[in-house]
Design a binder for this molecule. Structure first.
Ligand code: ZN
Length: 194
């Protein structure tokens, strides 16, 4: 069935989409307000969330509104104590289930969580794989640009190799994001002293 959309209707849809994405951005900014990135530059945590959402928005020629929203919200459950039920109530079940797919079980020790990310990567839905990939790109970029002051070269190298293991396990990596991940990974491997 063909539906005739007038320009007014299209603008209403665009305004609605922008409002939903900005509501997710504002919620994330409030919840992460006191958090900083681990890097020496101590960037506000929201910079990471904007970067992830921006990577997702640029990963395709069509807009997946819920996935962009999940980009902003992906660390709220893990890092700020927001519940999946609250996300579902505010932003809908689709956004909440995307966030659930990329949320680690914090009751597990760190090494177990990292191993589980590698093991579980192939089981994620295609959209969660896109989110995961965008998250890893942002994390690697920030370690390249501003590594945590107490991270040795060995620790940085291990982190990059672990991120690559997770990404290599993705069964349907978004091609644009995979190319960007490979570029960032290679630029680390090619940097002096590595
Ligand atoms: Zn993240």
């Amino acid at each position: 069935m063909l539906v005739a959309l007038t320009l007014v209707h299209v603008m209403e849809i665009v305004v609605h989409v922008v409002q939903r994405i900005l509501a997710a951005a504002q919620f994330a900014a409030e919840k992460h307000a006191t958090q900083k990135r681990k890097g020496a530059a101590q960037e506000p945590y929201i910079n990471h969330l904007i970067e992830v959402a921006h990577l997702i928005a640029g990963s395709s020629d069509t807009l997946d509104t819920e996935l962009v929203m999940a980009g902003f919200l992906h660390d709220t459950v893990e890092d700020t104590g927001v519940t999946l039920a609250e996300l579902a109530q505010r932003f809908g079940n689709d956004v909440a289930s995307l966030v659930a797919e990329v949320t680690d079980d914090k009751s597990l020790p760190k090494e177990a969580r990292k191993a589980l990310q590698v093991k579980d990567a192939p089981k994620k839905s295609p959209r969660a794989q896109t989110l995961k990939l965008a998250d890893k790109i942002s994390n690697l970029r920030s370690i390249l640009a501003s590594p945590p002051a107490d991270w040795s070269l060995k620790r940085r190298r291990e982190y990059f190799d672990w991120a690559k293991q997770v990404v290599d396990g993705l069964t349907v990596p978004n091609p644009r994001l995979k190319a960007e991940f490979d570029r960032v990974y290679t630029s680390f491997k090619d940097s002096p002293g590595i």
